[in-house]
Write a protein that binds this ligand. Structure first.
Ligand SMILES: [Zn+2]
Ligand SMILES: [Zn+2]
Length: 239
């Protein structure tokens, strides 16, 4: 039995416990899933007297056959009136599933004994929980690595600064080196996804934002920046 669940991005990172509704019926309470009416099994089959076999005499021959009344069981077993012998009654079950830290889209978690009710005395089947992780507004998962596009101002990119970044372990300080270009990737070592004994990295891509408000003073300051380029910016652009 497979059920699909959707997890919040952060819940999947940290691990969580969820309740899932499992369709497919429950083990019948009246007969404990055996499909047999209570007490009816203890009585011997009136046709064969409990032997499960029936003898017929045809002339000199004695033929031994399976008793048709009880199918060879030798008992008077009658189907459970609640589940009509199926051992299963309709209804959903609620199952608690522990999601380990670092769960990812495509994971299949096995929950032993929480699947479909077993037939008769048979054990219940296993439940498989298929995981889908909802996307985050800012963070992206790439296996064990996390990616974040971090907006920074022109001043921060040019002069360098320290920025506090949220990570699965709590906030850490990211050092942005001076004169960082747009789309520069900085790595926060082992601040990615923790899964089993493994640990991914957090890659921060700088999203340098230019001033967006019209301001004569800013315009004046920007004009000055032209002399800050070590070479013409389109020098290498050719066809
Ligand atoms: Zn019988
Ligand atoms: Zn039953």
């Amino acid at each position: 039995m497979v059920v699909s669940v959707e997890l919040d991005f952060v819940d999947a990172l940290r691990g969580t416990e969820i309740r899932v509704r499992v369709p497919g019926g429950r083990r019948c309470k009246a007969c404990e899933g055996r499909g047999v009416a209570a007490g009816s099994e203890e009585q011997a089959c009136p046709e064969c007297g409990g032997s499960g076999r029936r003898q017929a005499v045809e002339g000199p021959m004695r033929i031994v056959a399976t008793c048709p009344a009880c199918g060879g069981t030798g008992t008077k077993a009658e189907p459970c009136p609640v589940c009509e012998g199926s051992g299963v009654e309709p209804g959903d079950r609620e199952v608690t599933v522990r999601i380990p830290p670092g769960a990812d889209t495509g994971d299949r978690l096995r929950v032993p004994g929480k699947g479909l009710p077993g037939r008769g005395r048979g054990p219940d089947g296993d439940l498989y929980v298929e995981v889908r992780v909802r996307p985050h507004r800012f963070f992206e998962r790439d296996g064990l690595d996390l990616r974040l596009r971090l907006p920074v101002t022109l001043e921060e990119a040019y002069l360098g600064t320290k920025v506090e970044i949220p990570t699965p372990d709590g906030p850490v300080t990211l050092k942005i080196p001076p004169r960082s270009q747009p789309r520069r990737k900085l790595r926060l070592k082992e601040k990615g996804v923790r899964r089993g004994g493994k640990r991914g990295h957090l890659y921060v891509e700088l999203d340098v934002r230019l001033p967006d408000r019209e301001d004569p003073e800013v315009a004046e300051a920007i004009r000055v920046t032209t002399k800050g380029y070590s070479r013409p910016v389109r020098e290498e652009i050719t066809l």
